[in-house]
Design a protein around this ligand. Structure first.
Ligand SMILES: Cc1cc2nc3c(=O)[nH]c(=O)nc-3n(C[C@H](O)[C@H](O)[C@H](O)COP(=O)(O)O)c2cc1C
Length: 181
């Protein structure tokens, strides 16, 4: 896929099925995540990849976190299914570095770019992906369960798999954000 085509058509895919990414495809996602703008080369993020049995462990974590967060019975029941919505789930977290020249928001920006780069690389390879957050991304209980320090942030859950249906390419937004000055 040409870069221009990718950049003009990238779309999320919420309906994802097996097969998940191969090891080679995953390696390209990782390479893309390591290519993003990164002030002082800190690589202030990491990506926790869940597949196969690990997804079931993550499902149990979601249920436990739903309970600890005091979510409703219905949400606790639904929690078990959330990480199983794709054959591969990548949890992107910050790994903030203590560098006075690079404030945390810049480091977070790099982590967000990494998430986006992985989604683009998935799309470019004919895979589908969607970036989700919600209460589970905000939860200190989730961080604890995943072994992520409370000081860091969960930037997103990137669900990756095979599109269940052709990825709908949304029409381009009919608006302008460029202000000529
Ligand atoms: C930081 C961030 C968090 C998001 N969280 C969610 C979410 O929790 N649930 C959801 O359905 N979409 C979420 N989205 C939106 C989807 O990832 C996606 O962008 C949206 O469905 C629009 O589709 P598109 O990417 O094809 O334009 C989030 C997007 C961003 C950038």
């Amino acid at each position: 896929m040409k870069a221009v085509e990718l950049l003009l058509n990238r779309s999320s895919m919420p309906r994802l099925v097996a097969p998940g990414p191969t090891q080679d495809q995953l390696a390209l996602l990782e390479a893309a995540a390591l290519r993003v703008p990164d002030h002082m080369n800190l690589t202030p993020y990491e990506c926790h990849v869940f597949q196969h049995e690990a997804l079931h462990t993550l499902s149990e974590i979601f249920v436990a976190v739903a309970n600890l967060e005091g979510l409703s019975e219905a949400e606790q029941t639904r929690a078990a299914q959330l990480p199983l919505r794709s054959p591969c789930l990548i949890v992107v977290t910050t790994r903030y570095c203590d560098e006075p020249k690079v404030p945390r928001q810049e480091q977070y920006a790099s982590a967000a770019c990494a998430t986006m780069a992985m989604q683009q690389m998935a799309f470019a390879q004919g895979l589908g992906a969607i970036w989700r957050t919600g209460v589970y991304a905000e939860s200190d209980h989730m961080k604890q369960a995943l072994g992520i320090s409370i000081d860091n942030d969960i930037v997103g859950f990137l669900y990756v798999g095979t599109p269940a249906v052709p990825t709908p390419i949304k029409p381009k937004k009919d608006k302008s954000i460029f202000i000529q000055r």
